[in-house]
Design a binder for this molecule. Sequence first.
Ligand code: CMP
Length: 147
Amino acid sequence: MAVQRTLCIVKPDAVEKNVVGEILRRVETDGLEILALKMTRLTDQQAQGFYAVHRERPFFKDLVAFMTSGPIALAVLEGDDAIARWRNLMGPTNSSEAPAGTIRGDLGTDIERNAVHGSDAPETAAVEIPYFFNATEITAPVEALAG
Ligand code: CMP
């Protein structure tokens, strides 16, 4: 199984609920490694750029308004099959349909206020991670340092 990296965003609704620690605990319990971690608040321009693929969608304006409404936490996660594992932990996009036991089911509200974001493919992660993190902000995994 391939070692992958994925971007994790804890969205403004989850930061406001004080569940950043709970979400990171689930990440760590699953065995995913947190290679980088920071809090920030997106500008309009940053949020529009990040969600550019959705710019023609009817929900784009609301999505940008929500994502800039408060602080977010950003993390880079690494592990075997990390993209699918993080997506399984998150659950389906719409929190109102996400099962209990998933982050979106337990901690989100609806399709917009859905607590977390994750990259959907390696190609997406390769764009999303450097959108927020410089190479120097990402901890090299222990194995890479050992050699
Ligand atoms: P996310 O994984 O961050 O990627 C795009 C986001 O757009 C998604 O989570 C949802 O929060 C949001 N989204 C997708 N579809 C809709 C919709 N129909 N209405 C409102 N927001 C949506």
